[in-house]
Design a protein around this ligand. Structure first.
Ligand code: SF4
Length: 244
């Protein structure tokens, strides 16, 4: 897929953007990341929604709902992609249901081609133990690639604080694999800033976070009490492949 000139934002005058119309999407991502550095996350999100909608979506894991709460304030109805892997905790599905209802989200529940039962039949049970990369590929990476087809830019709740592998994430970056502009409005926020935003705004949270889970993913691949290290704790794996 190629991104054409119509997705290139005009000048972001409020923060001093100059004319960006001649930039390639990759140059645009680099320039926007530089010029938006230090802007509050909600302003970064506003910029992205204004510039790229309707070809813009947000992804949400439903660990917390900070980013979708912000989006609901900026532009109600912006598409929110939730990868419903079939392996989520009931609490995660409950958080998605609550966020959809309370914030009035345009929630797109994206499911893999194969149900868990069909995957078990084709690849054997507990593929996540034997080949988690293949399992994540079929249940997360491929479904997201297909769900992203209508969009030229996307926003994620990714933060540098979450993991070593996310330290180099930027506010706005060119996603080479997805051939799209990736916006990470919360990238520089600390755990404390997230907690403060949740408290100030009464933001919905996955109840597992208050039960000892520091990071919430699929149930078979998430252990309690270990923070981000509780994801694929017994595997040589730290990311599902969506971000790195
Ligand atoms: S996190 Fe685990 S269960 Fe979920 S898709 Fe990846 S390997 Fe499969």
């Amino acid at each position: 897929m190629s991104i054409t000139a119509d997705v290139r934002p005009a000048a972001y005058s409020a923060r001093g953007f100059t004319d960006l119309t001649d930039l390639t999407p990759r140059e645009l991502a680099e320039r926007a990341g530089y010029e938006l550095e230090g802007a509050p996350p909600i302003e970064v999100l506003r910029w992205a929604i204004d510039r790229f909608s309707p070809n813009f979506a947000i992804t949400a894991s439903m660990q917390d709902t900070v980013l979708v709460h912000m989006a609901s304030k900026v532009r109600p109805g912006v598409p929110v992609i939730f990868l419903d892997t079939g392996y989520h905790f009931a609490e995660t599905i409950g958080t998605a249901d609550a966020a959809e209802s309370v914030y009035g989200l345009n929630l797109l529940r994206i499911r893999p081609k194969l149900t868990v039962a069909q995957q078990d039949e084709a690849y054997g049970p507990r593929l996540y133990e034997r080949d988690p990369d293949l399992c994540c590929g079929m249940r997360k990476v491929q479904p997201l690639q297909e769900a992203m087809r209508p969009y030229v830019a996307w926003a994620t709740g990714l933060r540098r604080d979450e993991a070593e592998s996310r330290q180099s994430a930027r506010l706005v970056e060119w996603d080479e694999k997805k051939n799209r502009v990736k916006v990470n409005p919360l990238v520089a926020w600390s755990d404390e800033q997230i907690e403060a935003y949740i408290a100030e705004n009464g933001v919905l949270m996955n109840p597992l976070l208050s039960e000892g889970y520091g990071s919430v993913g699929c149930e078979p691949c998430t252990l309690k009490g270990l923070g981000r290290s509780g994801r694929w704790a017994n595997q040589n794996k730290t990311e599902c492949g969506l971000h790195v």
